[in-house]
Ligand binder design. Structure first.
Ligand code: SF4
Length: 219
Protein backbone atom coordinates (compact mmCIF):
# COMPACT_ATOMS: atom_id res chain seq x y z
CA UNK A 1 0.00 0.00 0.00
CA UNK A 2 1.24 3.48 -0.91
CA UNK A 3 2.04 5.50 2.20
CA UNK A 4 1.39 9.24 2.29
CA UNK A 5 4.50 11.28 1.66
CA UNK A 6 3.46 14.90 1.36
CA UNK A 7 1.56 17.04 3.87
CA UNK A 8 -1.38 17.10 1.45
CA UNK A 9 -1.41 13.31 1.17
CA UNK A 10 -1.22 12.93 4.96
CA UNK A 11 -4.11 15.35 5.40
CA UNK A 12 -6.20 13.57 2.76
CA UNK A 13 -5.55 10.29 4.55
CA UNK A 14 -6.64 11.71 7.92
CA UNK A 15 -9.80 13.08 6.26
CA UNK A 16 -10.47 9.61 4.85
CA UNK A 17 -10.00 8.00 8.25
CA UNK A 18 -12.40 10.46 9.88
CA UNK A 19 -14.97 9.90 7.12
CA UNK A 20 -14.66 6.13 7.51
CA UNK A 21 -15.15 6.39 11.27
CA UNK A 22 -18.22 8.57 10.72
CA UNK A 23 -19.72 5.92 8.43
CA UNK A 24 -19.04 3.12 10.88
CA UNK A 25 -19.80 4.91 14.16
CA UNK A 26 -21.98 7.97 13.47
CA UNK A 27 -23.44 8.15 16.98
CA UNK A 28 -20.42 7.18 19.05
CA UNK A 29 -20.61 8.35 22.62
CA UNK A 30 -19.51 7.34 26.09
CA UNK A 31 -21.07 4.05 27.21
CA UNK A 32 -20.83 4.82 30.94
CA UNK A 33 -24.21 5.62 32.49
CA UNK A 34 -24.26 9.01 34.23
CA UNK A 35 -26.61 11.90 34.92
CA UNK A 36 -24.06 14.64 35.62
CA UNK A 37 -20.31 15.35 35.47
CA UNK A 38 -19.71 14.05 39.00
CA UNK A 39 -21.32 10.69 38.23
CA UNK A 40 -19.26 10.42 35.04
CA UNK A 41 -16.09 11.13 37.02
CA UNK A 42 -16.93 8.33 39.46
CA UNK A 43 -17.89 5.93 36.65
CA UNK A 44 -14.68 6.69 34.77
CA UNK A 45 -12.54 6.02 37.86
CA UNK A 46 -14.42 2.73 38.30
CA UNK A 47 -13.88 1.77 34.65
CA UNK A 48 -10.12 1.31 35.05
CA UNK A 49 -9.33 -2.36 34.40
CA UNK A 50 -13.08 -3.07 34.27
CA UNK A 51 -15.72 -3.29 31.55
CA UNK A 52 -18.24 -0.48 31.06
CA UNK A 53 -20.96 -3.13 31.39
CA UNK A 54 -19.82 -4.08 34.88
CA UNK A 55 -19.50 -0.42 35.90
CA UNK A 56 -23.03 0.23 34.64
CA UNK A 57 -24.30 -2.62 36.80
CA UNK A 58 -22.78 -1.02 39.89
CA UNK A 59 -23.33 2.71 39.48
CA UNK A 60 -27.16 3.00 39.62
CA UNK A 61 -27.21 1.48 43.10
CA UNK A 62 -24.10 3.39 44.11
CA UNK A 63 -25.57 6.76 43.13
CA UNK A 64 -28.83 5.89 44.88
CA UNK A 65 -26.88 5.20 48.07
CA UNK A 66 -24.58 8.25 47.71
CA UNK A 67 -26.51 10.83 45.69
CA UNK A 68 -24.04 13.75 45.91
CA UNK A 69 -20.28 14.42 46.05
CA UNK A 70 -20.84 15.41 49.70
CA UNK A 71 -22.12 11.88 50.42
CA UNK A 72 -19.02 10.34 48.84
CA UNK A 73 -16.76 12.80 50.69
CA UNK A 74 -18.21 11.68 54.02
CA UNK A 75 -17.91 7.92 53.55
CA UNK A 76 -14.92 5.90 54.74
CA UNK A 77 -12.94 4.41 51.82
CA UNK A 78 -13.18 0.93 53.32
CA UNK A 79 -16.97 1.20 53.39
CA UNK A 80 -17.10 2.42 49.79
CA UNK A 81 -14.68 -0.35 48.76
CA UNK A 82 -17.31 -2.94 49.69
CA UNK A 83 -19.88 -1.16 47.49
CA UNK A 84 -17.62 -1.21 44.42
CA UNK A 85 -15.93 -4.56 45.00
CA UNK A 86 -17.11 -6.13 41.75
CA UNK A 87 -15.27 -3.52 39.63
CA UNK A 88 -11.87 -4.75 40.84
CA UNK A 89 -9.00 -2.78 42.41
CA UNK A 90 -11.68 -1.59 44.82
CA UNK A 91 -9.42 -0.34 47.61
CA UNK A 92 -7.50 2.03 45.35
CA UNK A 93 -10.64 3.10 43.50
CA UNK A 94 -12.45 3.80 46.80
CA UNK A 95 -9.56 5.96 48.00
CA UNK A 96 -9.52 7.85 44.70
CA UNK A 97 -13.28 8.43 44.69
CA UNK A 98 -13.41 9.64 48.32
CA UNK A 99 -10.35 11.85 47.67
CA UNK A 100 -11.94 13.20 44.49
CA UNK A 101 -15.19 13.92 46.31
CA UNK A 102 -13.38 15.77 49.11
CA UNK A 103 -11.48 17.89 46.60
CA UNK A 104 -14.59 18.64 44.52
CA UNK A 105 -16.52 19.62 47.67
CA UNK A 106 -13.76 21.53 49.43
CA UNK A 107 -12.02 23.23 46.49
CA UNK A 108 -14.62 23.45 43.74
CA UNK A 109 -17.89 24.11 45.58
CA UNK A 110 -19.27 20.64 44.87
CA UNK A 111 -18.97 21.04 41.08
CA UNK A 112 -16.55 19.11 38.89
CA UNK A 113 -14.24 21.79 37.44
CA UNK A 114 -14.20 22.66 33.75
CA UNK A 115 -10.49 23.00 33.00
CA UNK A 116 -7.94 20.27 32.46
CA UNK A 117 -5.52 21.97 34.88
CA UNK A 118 -8.07 21.86 37.70
CA UNK A 119 -9.21 18.36 36.78
CA UNK A 120 -5.65 17.07 37.06
CA UNK A 121 -5.51 18.15 40.73
CA UNK A 122 -8.32 15.69 41.56
CA UNK A 123 -7.23 12.32 43.03
CA UNK A 124 -7.76 9.52 40.52
CA UNK A 125 -8.12 11.88 37.55
CA UNK A 126 -5.21 11.53 35.14
CA UNK A 127 -5.41 12.95 31.62
CA UNK A 128 -7.56 10.12 30.28
CA UNK A 129 -10.21 10.57 32.97
CA UNK A 130 -10.06 14.36 32.73
CA UNK A 131 -10.56 14.26 28.95
CA UNK A 132 -13.47 11.81 29.26
CA UNK A 133 -15.30 13.98 31.79
CA UNK A 134 -14.61 17.34 30.14
CA UNK A 135 -15.45 16.03 26.67
CA UNK A 136 -18.53 13.96 27.44
CA UNK A 137 -20.09 15.78 30.39
CA UNK A 138 -19.24 19.37 29.41
CA UNK A 139 -18.57 19.14 25.66
CA UNK A 140 -15.15 20.74 26.25
CA UNK A 141 -12.45 19.49 23.87
CA UNK A 142 -9.50 19.39 26.25
CA UNK A 143 -7.61 16.67 24.40
CA UNK A 144 -8.02 13.17 23.01
CA UNK A 145 -8.85 10.32 25.37
CA UNK A 146 -6.04 7.79 25.04
CA UNK A 147 -6.99 4.40 26.41
CA UNK A 148 -5.80 0.98 25.31
CA UNK A 149 -8.01 1.00 22.18
CA UNK A 150 -7.01 4.50 21.09
CA UNK A 151 -3.33 3.65 21.66
CA UNK A 152 -3.48 0.45 19.63
CA UNK A 153 -5.51 1.79 16.70
CA UNK A 154 -3.52 5.03 16.48
CA UNK A 155 -0.37 2.93 16.18
CA UNK A 156 -1.92 0.59 13.61
CA UNK A 157 -3.06 3.56 11.54
CA UNK A 158 0.40 5.15 11.88
CA UNK A 159 -1.07 8.26 13.49
CA UNK A 160 1.62 7.91 16.15
CA UNK A 161 4.79 5.91 16.66
CA UNK A 162 4.81 6.52 20.41
CA UNK A 163 3.68 4.10 23.10
CA UNK A 164 3.35 6.49 26.04
CA UNK A 165 -0.29 7.73 26.29
CA UNK A 166 0.72 11.34 26.93
CA UNK A 167 2.96 11.37 23.85
CA UNK A 168 0.29 9.61 21.76
CA UNK A 169 -2.18 12.32 22.76
CA UNK A 170 0.33 15.02 21.80
CA UNK A 171 0.69 13.42 18.36
CA UNK A 172 -3.08 13.06 17.87
CA UNK A 173 -4.01 16.62 18.81
CA UNK A 174 -1.58 17.87 16.16
CA UNK A 175 -3.23 15.96 13.31
CA UNK A 176 -6.90 15.58 14.33
CA UNK A 177 -8.97 18.80 14.07
CA UNK A 178 -9.94 20.06 17.51
CA UNK A 179 -13.67 19.93 16.73
CA UNK A 180 -13.24 16.18 16.19
CA UNK A 181 -11.29 15.32 19.36
CA UNK A 182 -14.28 14.23 21.46
CA UNK A 183 -16.05 12.18 18.76
CA UNK A 184 -12.78 10.72 17.46
CA UNK A 185 -11.97 9.28 20.92
CA UNK A 186 -15.41 7.66 21.23
CA UNK A 187 -15.21 6.29 17.68
CA UNK A 188 -11.80 4.69 18.17
CA UNK A 189 -12.90 3.10 21.46
CA UNK A 190 -15.94 1.59 19.70
CA UNK A 191 -13.79 0.49 16.76
CA UNK A 192 -11.38 -1.20 19.17
CA UNK A 193 -14.22 -3.16 20.68
CA UNK A 194 -16.06 -3.96 17.44
CA UNK A 195 -13.45 -4.67 14.73
CA UNK A 196 -9.93 -3.46 15.45
CA UNK A 197 -9.49 -5.77 18.42
CA UNK A 198 -6.14 -6.43 20.04
CA UNK A 199 -5.59 -10.04 19.00
CA UNK A 200 -7.17 -10.45 15.58
CA UNK A 201 -8.60 -7.34 13.93
CA UNK A 202 -11.44 -7.91 11.50
CA UNK A 203 -10.07 -5.92 8.61
CA UNK A 204 -12.31 -7.12 5.80
CA UNK A 205 -15.42 -5.16 6.90
CA UNK A 206 -13.36 -2.21 8.23
CA UNK A 207 -13.92 0.95 6.20
CA UNK A 208 -10.42 2.14 7.10
CA UNK A 209 -8.92 -0.88 5.34
CA UNK A 210 -7.88 0.98 2.14
CA UNK A 211 -6.00 3.51 4.28
CA UNK A 212 -4.44 1.09 6.75
CA UNK A 213 -0.99 -0.44 6.41
CA UNK A 214 -0.73 -1.96 9.90
CA UNK A 215 1.76 -4.81 10.17
CA UNK A 216 -0.84 -7.06 11.79
CA UNK A 217 -3.63 -6.23 9.34
CA UNK A 218 -5.58 -9.36 8.45
CA UNK A 219 -5.91 -10.37 4.79
S1 SF4 B 1 -7.87 -2.40 8.57
FE1 SF4 B 1 -7.72 -3.78 10.34
S2 SF4 B 1 -5.93 -3.09 11.51
FE2 SF4 B 1 -6.53 -1.43 10.11
S3 SF4 B 1 -7.90 -0.12 11.31
FE3 SF4 B 1 -9.20 -1.59 10.21
S4 SF4 B 1 -9.51 -3.32 11.62
FE4 SF4 B 1 -7.77 -2.09 12.40
Amino acid sequence: MKRPKTAAERKARIDGILTGLDHMYPDATCALLHRNPWELLVATILSAQCTDKRVNEVTPGLFAKYPTPQDFAAVKPEVLAADIRSTGFFNNKAKSIVGAAQRVVNEFGGQVPKTIEEMLTIPGAARKTANVVLGTAYGIASGVVVDTHVSRISQRLDLTRNTDPVKIEQDLVKIIPKERWILFSHQLILHGRALCTARSPQCEPCELNPLCYAKDKQA
